[in-house]
Structures are given as C-alpha cells and as structure tokens.
Design a protein around this ligand. Structure first.
Ligand SMILES: Cc1cc2nc3c(=O)[nH]c(=O)nc-3n(C[C@H](O)[C@H](O)[C@H](O)COP(=O)(O)O)c2cc1C
Length: 322
C-alpha cells in the first residue's frame, strides 16, 4: 500500500531512505537497509576516496539491491569522489552541503539517478530545471548540517514548486513520521538519526546509548558563524564551541578546533569532547534493533496510521496521499 511511484524509479520496496551519514554510512548499514527493501546510502563525508571505494565494493558483495552514495560537497576530496562515483557507475547519488550544479552534467551522463539534499526552495527549483531525478527537502530538525526552515513548512512548499518527486528529511523516526511526510506530498522519507541506532550501524555504543537517553530538548545548532551550521547533541564540546563563537574567535581557529571532533564522538565514543551529530527526533528513538526491523516497523505503523485515519473519516481504506 505504501509503495509510491518514486519506489519504482529507485527500485526499492518501501519509501524509506537511510540518509548518507559521514563515517556511519558504511557497507554494513547500507547493505542491511537495501536488503530490507529501503535505500541504503554510503556516507562519503570527508573520508578518503580509498575508504569510499572499499564501501562500494563491499556493498556490492553484500547485496544485489540498489544503493546510493552521498557526495558531501564540502569534502576536500569532492572531485575525486565525483570521479569515483562515475567510474563505479553508482546507481543513485545524493549530495549534501551545498549546490551540486557544477557536477550534474557529468553525473547524469554516468546514468546515475541524482537526488540533491536542499533546504531552500530556490535551490530546489534551480536543480529541478537542471534535470535532477528527485529533491530531498531537509528541514532544520535534522542531524548534521541544517538550513533554517522546518520540515513541516519546507516539504509542501517544495512539493508545489518542483516537477520531480520530493523526499522529506529531518525529524522523522517512525511510521507516524512517514505517514506525515506522505501526507505533505512527499513520496519517501530520508532518516538519519533513527538509523544510528540500527544494530548494523558502526556508531560507537556510547553514542547509540546517548541517543537512547536524550529527550526532546537535547540538541543544539552550532557553527552558524562559520556559514555551515550543524545540529548535534548538547555536550561539553557544543558548550565550548558556542562560547568560542560568542566571544568572536576567528573562523580559521574555529575550523581548526573542529578537526577530528566528529570521528572522536561518533566512532571513538568520546561523548563529551566529540561532536555527536543527531537530529531533534533523537528523543523519540528508544531501541537498538536490526535495520530490517526498523524498516518493517515503520511501514506497519504508517499503514496503521492511514487505516486509522481512513476509518475515522469513513473512507474506503485507500491511502489518499499516494
Ligand atoms: C551523524 C550524521 C552525519 C550526517 N552526515 C551527512 C553527510 O555527510 N551528508 C549529508 O548529505 N547528510 C548528512 N547527514 C544528514 C542525513 O543524511 C539525513 O538527511 C538526516 O539525518 C535526516 O534527519 P534526521 O536526523 O532527523 O533523521 C548526517 C546526519 C547525521 C545524524
């Protein structure tokens, strides 16, 4: 029932995409999500191209299902990663951290489906005109780099503005979130924070446990003064970073201070001095389970939501949004 036209385009069973996450979008998680009928996406972040190449090879060894690669446009290796994606003929490319315009022609020529992450309508419209296959509209609730508009406000505005399917990202972790996204006109959701607590995710157990422990008020956005704000769980690091930003520490010094902090937090498990990128929906995540169960439970819950609404409204049981 929940299969949308975009599922056919991407070759997936369920409209659930695991967002490409720096360091965490490794072959283990990606292949598990794709095997379960969702779309797993390798997170290239600022990783070395050799690591990304290894993940592509491993994913292909673990599943025959479609998978994607997220190209982080702020990576120092972005040119090499684009070239790698083309040579490897990665079937689905998402981009994060800016405007992928200059790479679109080459990526499209490789035959890849291109799904840029955007946080403003103007960029969505421009990329639509340039021929992308779908737009991932990401609200400021999300973990990682964020814009200024909420998912609730952004998604319907982008749905109305573009001709291609829209994927909603930011602030969803269960079937209610999926149902809400479909109701806003999206054809799929992209979730990041929920998949950190997948068994197959290589995030450090300290980070996973911290997500289980936090509530609705435990994230903060830092880095606004640098022009690339990011949402993380509050800890000693975010407090120190905020006070450095407020006292006018120069951007280069802040950038230097940030080097290595994400890896320290999410992979090494330093939950006080490391950066713990996660979204506001972390407060809803209450268990660690296999990716297959995460996807299965989300689909069942979304179907139950639509059934409940339809029965309350006396309609015929069809999902009105799909
Ligand atoms: C730890 C972490 C790392 C992320 N890294 C990236 C990244 O490298 N590129 C990107 O486009 N998005 C990145 N994201 C965003 C996710 O792909 C996804 O869009 C977002 O998490 C969705 O919002 P949610 O966290 O509320 O589910 C990251 C998110 C998290 C939590």
């Amino acid at each position: 029932m929940l299969k949308t036209p975009l599922c056919e385009v991407l070759g997936i069973d369920f409209p659930i995409i695991q967002g490409g996450m720096a360091y965490l979008g490794s072959a283990e998680l990606v292949s598990a999500v794709s095997e379960a009928g969702g779309l797993g996406i390798i997170g290239s972040g600022s990783s070395q191209p050799s690591w990304i190449q290894d993940q592509i090879t491993l994913v292909r060894a673990l599943t025959n299902k479609p998978f994607g690669l997220n190209i982080m446009l702020m990576s120092p290796y972005v040119e090499d990663v684009v070239q790698l994606a083309i040579e490897e003929k990665v079937p689905i490319i998402t981009t994060g951290g800016g405007n992928p315009g200059i790479y679109l022609a080459r990526l499209k020529e490789s035959g890849a489906k291109i799904l840029p992450v955007v946080s403003i309508k103007a960029l969505a419209k421009r990329l639509d005109r340039q021929g992308v296959d779908a737009i991932i509209a990401e609200g400021m609730e999300s973990g990682g780099h964020v814009g200024e508009t909420t998912t609730m406000a952004l998604v319907p505005q982008i749905v109305d503005a573009v001709s291609v399917p829209v994927i909603a990202a930011g602030g969803m972790a269960d079937g209610r979130g999926l149902a809400a996204a479909l109701t806003l006109g999206a054809q799929a959701v992209q979730m990041g924070t929920r998949f950190i607590c997948a068994e197959e995710c290589i995030a450090h157990t300290n980070f996973k446990q911290k997500i289980l422990a936090v509530g609705d008020h435990d994230t903060v956005v830092t880095g606004e003064s640098l022009g690339h704000p990011a949402r993380c769980l509050k800890n000693k690091l975010t407090r120190q970073f905020q006070s450095m930003e407020q006292s006018g520490v120069p951007a280069e010094e802040l950038d230097r201070f940030g080097i290595g902090k994400l890896y320290a937090g999410i992979i090494d498990g330093d939950i006080e001095q490391g950066s713990l990128m996660a979204g506001q929906i972390a407060g809803l995540v209450s268990d660690i389970k296999p990716a297959r169960s995460i996807i299965h439970d989300i689909v069942l819950e979304a179907e139950a939501v639509f059934a409940r609404i339809n029965s309350a409204m006396g309609t015929n049981g069809e999902n009105p949004s799909v």
